[in-house]
Design a protein around this ligand. Structure first.
Ligand code: CA
Length: 235
């Protein structure tokens, strides 16, 4: 198996060189694009990258547009995106997550930190693309994805098909922030911004049904939701 391919999308050529050099030193293969359009072109190529490092400020289109396009395309939807933002302002982070980025680093960043994030994202991706186990036990929760069954403390929980899809989507992406827009697109198959309240309503109902396990679904203010990375220590 060849080593992971990482697409670096950044218009500062010096930074591209630094990133490519360090990624290659870690054993990754790299590809780079200095504009949003050329990044989109690269994502239509024969070999898709395993991860995209994406600058928010590109000369032609915002990084968030590139990210949205990637998320809206079936073939590139699951590729992890690490966003590079110029400022540490909350708005930048929120914008990045709403566009569907998996993680972000604020410039100037240390190369070491960036490498750690890259490794973590690739590891998470690997864990979600493994064949689906029949039953996954997670703290007090038991999920059987092929059978669409859920139990809390051994007691079956009756969920609607939609609630199950919502739980499954959050659960298989444990530890990754999911914006309301991404959830709407992936659970409801719709992208209308006005509908984000729908997500909140269903999350509320799902949490109620899950009882003590409801708390495993975290609310990220101004961003969306995230299923816990680890179950809390047993009460
Ligand atoms: Ca830039």
């Amino acid at each position: 198996m060849s080593s992971p391919l990482i697409l670096v999308v950044e218009d500062e050529v010096d930074l591209v060189h630094t990133l490519e050099y360090n990624l290659q030193k870690e054993g990754y293969r790299t590809q780079s694009a200095t504009t949003g359009e050329s990044a989109i072109e690269a994502l239509r190529g024969d070999e898709l990258p395993d991860l995209v490092i994406l600058d928010l400020m590109l000369p032609d289109l915002p990084g968030t547009d590139v990210c949205r396009r990637l998320r809206n395309d079936e073939t590139t939807r699951e590729i992890p995106v690490l966003m590079l933002t110029a400022r540490g302002e909350e708005t930048d982070r929120v914008v990045g997550f709403e566009a569907g980025a998996d993680d972000y680093v604020v410039k100037p960043f240390s190369v070491r930190e960036l490498m750690l994030r890259v490794r973590a994202l690739l590891r998470r991706r690997g864990s979600t693309s493994e064949p689906i186990q029949e039953e996954i036990s997670f703290g007090r929760l038991l999920v059987n994805i092929p059978a669409c069954e859920v139990a809390v403390d051994g007691e079956p929980v009756q969920l609607t098909a939609l609630e199950f899809r919502l739980l499954k989507t959050l659960f298989v992406r444990r530890g990754r922030a999911q914006s309301r827009e991404v959830l709407l697109a992936d659970v409801w198959d719709i992208t209308a911004d006005v509908m984000t309240r729908t997500v909140d309503t269903h999350i509320k109902r799902l949490r109620e049904k899950l009882g003590p396990v409801g708390a495993y679904i975290e609310t990220l203010r101004g961003i969306g939701y995230r299923f816990a990375d680890q179950p809390p220590p047993q009460e």
